[in-house]
Ligand binder design. Sequence first.
Ligand SMILES: [Zn+2]
Length: 93
Amino acid sequence: MSAVDGPSPGPRETDCDEVIDRLYAFLDHELSTADEVDVGRIQRHLDECAPCLRERDVEVVVRQVVKRACASDCAPETLRVKILTQITQVRSG
Ligand SMILES: [Zn+2]
């Protein structure tokens, strides 16, 4: 497969892979002003791509749970992984 330069031939301007890849930075507001274009692209992609939107929702839920756990004692990374695993099981089951 050869890469095509210029406008994307697909219906979406951003790859799902790219969106997922940047989702965390997007949610963490780590995308700086220099990345404003990316923020817009990711937002637009989420608006029209259900799978990525679901991925975003899951991550948001995980963050809320972890944040709540953090209120008393900071949640270790293992807890986060555990929650993610549970959600993955729920989604696939
Ligand atoms: Zn997508």
